[in-house]
Design a protein around this ligand. Sequence first.
Ligand code: NAP
Length: 308
Amino acid sequence: MSDSPIYDKVALIGIGLIGSSMAHAMRRGGVASHIAGYAHRAETLEKARSVGFADSLHSDLAACVKDADLVVLATPVGTYAVLAEQIAPHLKPGATVTDVGSVKSAVIRDVGPHVPEGVHFIPAHPIAGTEQSGPEAGFAELFDGRWGILTPPPGTDSAALERLKSFWHGLGSDVEVMDARHHDLVLAITSHLPHLIAYNIVGTADDLQAVTKSEVIKYSAGGFRDFTRIAASDPTMWRDVFLNNREAVLEVLGRFSEDMSALQRAIRWGDGEALFNLFTRTRAIRRSIVDAGQDTAAPNFGRSKKPS
Ligand code: NAP
């Protein structure tokens, strides 16, 4: 719990999984005096009201960002340019505009030009999430022990950067500062490509004629089930990620396809040594992730035998 709030008023533009989790974590950490939330659909505002994580809720952008010290864009990245243009005239001098989008170069391209003189702009990306969406999906612990990456453009005010770092620490997160282009390449391999593979494998299984849908579901514990969790992620958010990190995703996808062809060849020619060596190397990576506290070592990802 912070001794005094880091920002007086924080405006959340978007109160889905990430926005609402930030609100819960802000309350828990005492890092903001007033949490304002904006949503464009009345239904979302109503759900947020019933959960009760915000001090004020708005369907009007200008009212939400008025007098805010920190403004957080937490909608799909494809909406950022229009939202940034709309909030720009209402931002308080000295305020910081940030975001939580899963891509960063495109955010600098789309939002940067709209940020007025005298307002700080520091893009961010919490490496935390679930496949759930909406204001009821949020929870205070989402960012605990996870990394938050900040990608300040050159010339960013150092005091504003330190303040935003303290804010994310207050939400339970560890913080790393990185160049936006590098962020996009790292996330292309650690997040975007795995999602693409999951979407593809689940789609392929759905299209197979020789194996029925009921068989795919019945025998899913063989590995398929873990892909379906990732492939259940929000379609709008992920469409926008791929459209806005095209270059980096295509680069790692090229490497992935080459490596997949090598595996195909190893299977065709019975090259067990190549398969064994790769599988040994990948098992060590899994151990490093568990050792770094980024997942559980419990068998079956800590699931009980029979899902309840
Ligand atoms: P979410 O649960 O689907 O929430 C999205 C929010 O954006 C909702 O409040 C929605 O309001 C609003 N919204 C959608 N379209 C809008 C528009 N055109 N104008 C104004 N508001 C709009 O999504 P989320 O998972 O919180 O993701 C939000 C951001 O976080 C994305 O940029 C994503 O890349 C990033 N992110 C997500 C994860 C993850 O695992 N989910 C992790 C890290 C970062 P309505 O309900 O009223 O439509």
